[in-house]
Write a protein that binds this ligand. Structure first.
Ligand SMILES: [Zn+2]
Length: 297
């Protein structure tokens, strides 16, 4: 008799213990997606490229309107980092003293942290391009995971919490962009596609011409430093983008263009807002219309 009263208590205690344990695990899981993953214990690498100008917060931006006299453009590279493409591209950018913006895939960031750190130390800005580069409609849960796991791995590598998001393929309506905007991220699309994703019937000279013929002040140019073999020509030692990039940089430099990161481009936009622009319009981040279906991005 004297033990009969303790058994229910034991069961009760076990139940409470399990509940507490479950609660702790749930909190740990949630915190891995949010605050605790961002405790200030990480290395801090790179410049001041992770603060959004207030007017750009939550916006979708394809290009930035600048006066014709302000010949600044931003080069962007998607889908890396990869040793085959990112490493030579970083070397070229260093040679020409050109800062750029990389929209990287989380699983590649995790795989090649040395490249990530090198890019950040060189002053390039790193953006979020999801973990898996998914296609199709995503549940809110998966969209959150894709964005936050990538933000977290970039933070764990360079100590910066990036607010710049580019959706794979430029898709605006599959759940990713609505989630990123709910977090006040800025969505960065592009106004000039280098079409470096083309594999057949597209020469290096055509790639150069494709960029040069479409460029204008405030342009955001799309290149790729990932998704591997698609960008590697089987008949050439150097990937097409690696051949084209120096030619593009030299030609644009001769035309008087200078190169900035995406956040620097937005800052230029802010600084020139009070001045009248050449076209007479005073605002322009282009509106959030959906781009045509497109293999780029
Ligand atoms: Zn992509």
């Amino acid at each position: 008799m004297k033990y009969s009263g303790r058994k229910p208590f034991k069961v009760h205690a076990w139940g409470i213990g399990l509940l507490i344990l479950g609660g702790i695990l749930a909190v740990l899981w949630l915190s891995s997606l949010t605050a605790l993953a961002y405790l200030p214990i990480r290395p801090l690498v790179g410049g001041e490229g992770y603060v959004i100008p207030p007017m750009a917060r939550g916006q979708i931006i394809r290009q930035v309107e600048l006066p014709d006299s302000e010949k600044a453009i931003a080069l962007t590279f998607d889908d890396g980092p990869t040793p085959q493409l990112t490493a030579p591209i970083l070397d070229i950018l260093q040679t020409y003293h050109v800062p750029a913006t990389f929209f990287w895939v989380g699983q590649n960031v995790q795989r090649f942290p040395a490249l990530v750190e090198k890019a950040a130390r060189a002053g390039h800005t790193l953006g979020n391009h999801t973990w898996h580069h998914p296609t199709g409609l995503l549940t809110p849960f998966r969209a959150t995971q894709e964005v936050e796991s990538t933000r977290r791995v970039i933070y764990q590598t360079i100590g910066r919490k990036t607010p710049w998001f580019r959706p794979p393929f430029g898709h605006l309506h599959n759940g990713l962009v609505s989630y990123a905007r709910s977090q006040n991220d800025t969505i960065i699309l592009w106004s000039v596609d280098s079409e470096d994703w083309r594999v057949k019937n597209f020469s290096v000279a055509q790639m150069v011409e494709q960029v040069l013929s479409n460029i204008k002040p405030g342009a955001i140019v799309l290149f790729h430093d990932g998704r591997g073999s698609r960008l590697l020509s089987p008949t050439q030692n150097l990937p097409p983008i690696v051949q084209a990039l120096p030619l593009i940089l030299e030609a644009l430099h001769q035309q008087g263009y200078h190169f900035v990161t995406v956040p620097q481009l937005l800052q230029l936009r802010e600084q020139t807002t009070s001045r009248p622009s050449a076209s007479g319009t005073s605002t322009l981040f282009l509106p959030p219309t959906s781009p045509a279906p497109h293999p780029g991005g």
